[in-house]
Design a protein around this ligand. Structure first.
Ligand SMILES: Nc1ncnc2c1ncn2[C@@H]1O[C@H](COP(=O)(O)OP(=O)(O)OP(=O)(O)O)[C@@H](O)[C@H]1O
Length: 550
């Protein structure tokens, strides 16, 4: 069971301590009620409670309060610590796993599992502790019930057994329903993503806005139906305990007097004791959907973790270490590279390759071609971000195996068209602030962005400005190979010119290997080499002979 697996990650000492505290609190609580019951009998017989009863009551009261509080606080600490570790663990695996798998897992599912499900667990776990207390309470109450009347205990057992059988019947499909609910909620989260990220497009097109809302209505209807169904099962469970309790009380009140000897003497104690037995029982039944829900959530988290784990690359330290041997490369060769994008059914929707390419150190290469010809895909494949389906990679004649690719990636700094701009220079601890200020000036951003305490003051810039800021980070990274995907597309005339005639040529002069995806035909002559892509393949490669495109 997922919850057990989850709890096994905790320090056993902490769990044991918390369970002992819970046990003591449960016993103290049960003792409290037994004392009250005894005192009620004394008062019914016209006597007064003695100091012994008063002190016993107060001791049980203090013990219950202190132990219960400590147990619940400990439970909270344990669960929050476990959840923190789970979040860190998944975040760590996410950053190290292969891009294709992360893309497949999907945003909605990731957000839903990491935010919603972990919060649900955080709320559920203290209730689990309370339930353990209720179980202790029930055990003590049953001993007391047996002491009062073995017949009542037997009937109680039979009634509870019937209840358990009906509960199992109701519960049969409950987990399944909850799993479907969780998947449905992921879909709705994805739609929320569309509503938030597509807010401009939606506001500018009422028909689109209405269509999205229609889809939202449909999905909301589905969610409502599923939740109503799960609510129905929950109601049945809650009603079940009330049903069993009323049945049991009816038997004791109406049937027992006819068959059980001396019943009238103990009826005043029997009825409250039975009620006392049913209180923890109904609480446990009422809470059980929360645990089923938490179990389903945890199973989904573990499933996602497994998917990410299976696509795990090597650790940062290993990647850096492996990367060292490639740092002084002279030539990289991609041979017969093939990569396929597939749809959900696994059918190929676009194939990049087979293509061959040799890249020399210090060379400035332009990748050109029509929209959708496969330039960006080729760039991702060259950087080792996508694991190709077939093909080979050689650095200075030596083949780079799959397990060395993470090290190979350490050669690259990239700005893809869907780049993410971090406000901090992560991975660049010892950067000179003056150097950053200088670059901000060169990129005409000094009046917009300051570099303070290791971070940029603002990243809410125009697309062109954001790309300039990304280029500053790339320059500071100072890696041997630069991959720039249509960097100049959003730049004004001045910066476009500056990019081709100054930035790129400077990078080349510094010995950097630069590969640029571009549609700016008028600057092609500045490249050492132009490679044209079409339908995922290399249509022509100028290799220094510019006549092919002149
Ligand atoms: N994640 C993806 N899943 C499925 N197909 C994809 C995916 N990304 C890209 N494609 C498809 O691969 C093909 C090549 O896309 P790519 O982005 O490499 O082209 P491109 O030459 O860079 O185009 P552009 O000049 O428009 O940026 C396109 O037909 C595109 O639809």
């Amino acid at each position: 069971m997922a919850i057990r697996r989850f709890l096994q990650e905790a320090n056993p000492k902490d769990i044991k301590k918390m369970l002992w505290l819970t046990l003591v609190a449960g016993c103290a609580n049960a003792f409290l009620i037994v004392v009250i019951n005894q005192v009620a009998v004394l008062i019914a017989q016209g006597q007064r409670p003695t100091w012994f009863e008063v002190i016993t009551f107060l001791t049980a009261f203090v013990l219950y309060y202190v132990c219960n509080k400590k147990a619940l606080l400990d439970a909270n600490n344990i669960i929050e610590n476990l959840l923190k570790n789970l979040r860190i663990n998944i975040a760590d695996k996410l950053r190290q796993s292969e891009l294709r798998t992360v893309n497949k897992v999907g945003r909605g599912r990731l957000y839903s599992l990491l935010a919603y499900e972990t919060n649900h667990l955080s709320v559920t776990f203290p209730i689990l502790v309370e339930n353990f207390q209720q179980a202790v309470l029930l055990a003590v109450a049953m001993i007391y019930l047996g002491y009062l009347s073995l017949a009542a205990l037997a009937v109680f057992f039979i009634a509870v057994l019937c209840g358990i059988l009906i509960y199992a019947y109701i519960n049969e499909n409950y987990s399944e329903v909850l799993e479907t609910v969780a998947r449905q909620q992921e879909k709705v989260l994805d739609l929320y993503g569309d509503l938030i990220h597509g807010s401009k497009e939606i506001r500018l097109n009422q028909k689109r806005s209405k269509d999205i809302m229609n889809v939202f209505f449909n999905e909301s209807d589905n969610t409502e139906e599923l939740l109503t169904n799960s609510g129905k099962q929950w109601t049945m469970m809650v009603l079940l305990s009330a049903f069993v309790m009323d049945l049991m009380l009816g038997i004791v009140a109406f049937v027992f007097p006819h068959y059980i000897e001396g019943h009238s003497d103990i009826i005043f104690q029997l009825i409250p004791t039975l009620l006392f037995c049913f209180a923890p029982l109904s609480k446990m039944v009422a809470h059980s959907p929360l645990f089923i829900r938490a179990g389903v959530g945890l199973s989904s988290i573990y499933q996602m973790e497994k998917e990410i784990e299976s696509a795990r690359g090597v650790s940062t330290a290993v990647a850096r270490n492996k990367g060292k041997k490639f740092q002084d490369f002279k030539e990289i060769r991609f041979k017969d590279v093939i990569y396929e994008y597939t749809d959900k059914q696994g059918a190929a929707v676009f194939t990049s390759g087979p293509w061959d390419l040799e890249v020399k150190r210090g060379e400035l290469t332009f990748l050109v071609g029509g929209n959708g010809s496969g330039k960006s895909t080729a760039l991702r494949l060259m950087s080792g971000l996508y694991n190709w389906d077939a093909g080979q990679l050689f650095v200075d004649g030596d083949e780079v195996t799959v397990k060395d690719v993470a090290g190979f990636r350490e050669l690259f700094t990239t700005i893809f068209s869907d780049f993410h701009l971090f406000d901090r220079l992560y991975g660049l601890e010892h950067v000179d602030p003056e150097e950053v200020e200088k670059l901000l000036k060169i990129m005409d951003l000094a009046d917009k962005v300051q570099f303070k305490n290791g971070r940029f003051s603002d990243t809410h810039l125009s697309t062109g400005q954001r790309k300039r800021l990304a280029l500053i980070t790339a320059i500071l990274e100072d890696r041997p190979i630069y991959l720039l995907d249509e960097w100049s597309a959003e730049q004004d005339v001045h910066f476009r010119e500056y990019f081709y005639t100054s930035i790129l040529t400077d990078l080349r002069a510094r010995g950097k290997t630069v590969i640029v995806v571009t549609h700016d035909e008028r600057f092609w002559h500045l490249a050492d080499r132009v490679v044209k892509f079409d339908l995922g393949q290399i249509e022509w490669d100028s290799k220094g002979d510019k006549s092919s495109y002149n």
